[in-house]
Design a protein around this ligand. Structure first.
Ligand code: ATP
Ligand code: MG
Length: 387
């Protein structure tokens, strides 16, 4: 069996907790099913913060469980009853598999429920059995820095024995925090930002603005690959995103406003269109890969101007990270290679974009353009793509 731990959920009120536990179980099942993996049984021990999944822990299952948000860690465990003999027998079985000649080891025992022994009794008795049974292996006990640790968790009538804890992605189960529209551009940042919202329990609906002819169509393939990667963390059976034509908007901005304002006008448009999609998709916020001071449009003055264009919340989970920290996450989740396989830059971007835009000027430039119409056109011409 695999024992799955889900720390943070266990701190919630009983009602929320039950809901989130159910969601986590649904998500685990769903991710296994999406990958055609069958399991015998999955159950949780209410009030105990543990899920048990009846399946062998292969490297494939391991990498899938690492993609389920809400899982703190997991272990392959052997099950025993709460009787000393049973615990000892199963511990010996595990010890036989992992203890090699000359190894030092420790037993760590935890116990909840009432039993006629203490945790220390178990450690002492079972530890002695291990020593005598494998005396020919020249093993010894070392409590402070053992080579191998065997964990024995006794929970009421059952015990679980394991030696390895694998870290999960942490966070909250996807689906417990609603949905956000994720603006994915093909760079390093935006997929990481979207992933961070998924990690905290959000469904995402990715959208991509196609800047053609100011950016190549080839960029779409890259974005699709990025979204496919994000999709592996999502338990939903159906998954789609939108491609929105944005080139015509850029053309108008280039014609009707000073070049150094193009990026601000462009981004305000992305936000506005994203806001309309939010309503259509029953989402409540958007998420972007913006990061303070990274490029001209990401100064506080300019972020202020971007926020001014819409009413809904804009989440920027990368705001306080350094590029190196963002890259580390991108590598961990598998998007870095895709984002950097080729780099195309938007030719509508001016040489010297303004770093401290003037909101009154922005409003003035926009009043010369029929913004509502542009939004409508973009929405009417967007394409839904299933992944
Ligand atoms: P990234 O590294 O995420 O590509 P960036 O550093 O190039 O972004 P900007 O171009 O200023 O920065 O974009 C800021 C954010 O706006 C992006 O992280 C993304 O969320 C969103 N965005 C920008 N361009 C697009 C686009 N063509 N389609 C969808 N979202 C976009
Ligand atoms: Mg960026």
């Amino acid at each position: 069996m695999i024992l799955i731990r889900y720390g943070e959920i266990a701190l919630k009120s009983p009602r929320i907790r039950l809901e989130w536990e159910k969601q986590l179980i649904r998500n685990i099942k769903s991710i296994l099913e999406l990958n055609n993996i069958s399991y015998k049984n999955i159950k949780f021990l209410p009030t105990r913060g543990r899920i048990f999944l009846d399946i062998k822990l292969t490297s494939n299952i391991c990498s899938l469980l690492k993609k389920v948000s809400g899982i703190i860690s997991f272990s392959e465990v052997l099950e025993a009853s709460n009787e000393i003999n049973s615990i000892s027998k199963v511990t010996l079985k595990l010890a036989d598999q992992i203890l090699e000649n000359g190894d030092t080891f420790a037993l760590k025992v935890r116990r909840t429920g009432t039993h006629n022994y203490s945790s220390i009794d178990i450690a002492r008795i079972v530890g002695k059995n291990v020593l005598t049974t494998f005396s020919d292996r020249n093993i010894s006990v070392n409590l402070s820095s053992p080579k191998r640790t065997i964990y024995i968790e006794i929970r009421d009538k059952n015990s679980y024995i394991f030696h390895n804890k694998i870290s999960g992605m942490g966070g909250l189960p996807i689906g417990t925090q609603g949905k956000v529209i994720a603006l994915i551009s093909g760079g390093i940042d935006s997929p990481v930002a979207a992933w961070m919202m998924m990690k905290r329990g959000c469904y995402i609906r990715p959208i991509y603005f196609d800047n053609y002819p100011y950016l190549s169509k080839k960029n779409i393939d890259k974005v699709i690959n990025l979204i496919k990667k994000l999709r592996t963390f999502d338990p939903r059976k159906k998954f789609y995103f939108y491609i929105i034509p944005h080139g015509p908007n850029l053309e108008l901005f280039l014609k009707n406003a000073p070049k150094n304002y193009t990026c601000l006008l462009c981004k305000r448009m992305l936000y506005r269109i994203a806001e309309v999609i939010t309503k259509k998709e029953k989402a409540k916020a958007i998420v972007t890969g913006e990061n303070l001071g990274q490029v001209a449009s990401q100064t506080i003055d300019n972020l202020y101007i971007l926020n001014d264009s819409i009413k809904i919340p804009v989440f920027r989970p990368l705001i306080g990270l350094d590029k190196e920290e963002i890259i580390d996450i991108a590598k961990k989740i598998g998007t870095f290679k895709i984002s950097t396989e080729f780099i195309d830059s938007c030719t509508a971007v001016p040489k010297f974009p303004i770093t401290k835009g003037d909101i009154n000027k922005v409003i003035k430039f926009e009043s010369d353009i029929n913004i509502d119409n542009l939004v409508k056109n973009a929405i009417n011409n967007m394409k839904k793509v299933y992944i």
